[in-house]
Design a protein around this ligand. Structure first.
Ligand SMILES: Nc1ncnc2c1ncn2[C@@H]1O[C@H](COP(=O)(O)OP(=O)(O)OP(=O)(O)O)[C@@H](O)[C@H]1O
Ligand SMILES: [Mg+2]
Length: 275
């Protein structure tokens, strides 16, 4: 743990991974990973392919049970809780693209999620007709995620970027306190990227976010804190400026394309400001 994290006190830490270990047979995908997410964080988790980023998200969300270590959410040990129990406590990840309901529209999908969230179970069609709160929440989310113009189209007809926007909208409809985003812009065509980047940048400030992303433009425009994972271990953690100047980090990314080095060069010139 860094000195800053050690002296910050536990009060503003919403999610804490403590010495997490995940072994698959002989592979140690997660090797004593400790990571604290602060209230309102814009925290990026970066690292080369196979570093263990998705495995860590799977541990945090309960898809995987760790071989060792603990996960603390708002002071509560959630290590043994099922994924849906963690969602109820406000720990939400973006839904994978193949988990969207293809034959429902964005409006229907969001109404289903929002009505479930408001304790109305699966009766979203009734909720949509009768519950002002559900309708209002759906309208708000459709607007925020620029889905209003396609809200009545079947999800399978949507452009890829719109589907990814819908994924994040669904996660927000679960009213998260902590949001885990696993590569939100991966595979999105250049023409649709900007809309997604702007939407991610405009996520509510009080939601604490851990972002996994290979796109260094997004990482450096988004994050105020970064953890670098390599071979299942935390290589280093720091603010974007520190990470941008870290020789070890640069070395890790050498030979993996110069994307990070370009982004690092930009970060060196511009700081970590948006734009
Ligand atoms: N279910 C599994 N069974 C066995 N090995 C696994 C399993 N899931 C992940 N691994 C291994 O764990 C390591 C970390 O994988 P992980 O998917 O977490 O990496 P990642 O950082 O998300 O990579 P990428 O950037 O490519 O998405 C890899 O060596 C991977 O092969
Ligand atoms: Mg991954």
């Amino acid at each position: 743990m860094s000195e800053a994290a050690a002296t910050a006190g536990a009060g503003d830490i919403v999610l804490s991974a403590q010495a997490l270990v995940m072994r698959f047979g002989g592979i140690t995908a997660t090797n004593k990973v400790t990571l604290d997410l602060k209230q309102g964080a814009r925290h990026a988790l970066i690292g080369p392919n196979g570093a263990g980023k998705t495995t860590l998200i799977n541990l945090l969300t309960g898809v995987l049970q760790p071989t060792a270590g603990r996960i603390i959410l708002n002071g509560q040990d959630i290590t043994q809780l099922a994924p849906h129990q963690r969602v109820r406590l406000g720990l939400v990840r973006t839904f994978q693209i193949n988990q969207l309901f293809d034959t429902l529209t964005p409006l229907e999908t969001l109404a289903m999620t929002a009505s479930q969230q408001q304790g109305l179970g699966g009766k979203w069609w009734q909720a949509l007709g009768a519950r002002k709160s559900v309708v209002e929440r759906c309208e708000q989310l459709l607007e925020q995620f620029r889905l209003t113009d396609v809200m009545a189209q079947e999800t399978r007809m949507l452009a890829y970027g719109k589907r990814r926007l819908l994924e994040i909208a669904i996660a927000l409809a679960c009213e998260p306190r902590v949001l885990l985003l696993d590569e939100p812009v991966a595979g999105v065509p250049a023409g649709e990227r900007e809309e997604l980047l702007q939407t991610v940048a405009a996520l509510p400030a009080d939601v604490s976010i851990l972002l996994i992303e290979h796109d260094m433009d997004l990482v450096f425009s988004f994050a105020n804190r970064m953890t670098v994972l390599v071979n299942g271990m935390v290589l280093t953690e720091g603010d974007p400026d520190t990470i941008a100047h870290d020789q070890q980090v640069k070395a890790v990314y050498l030979g993996h394309g110069d994307e990070i080095n370009e982004a690092l060069a930009v970060a060196n010139h511009e700081g970590a400001d948006h734009g």
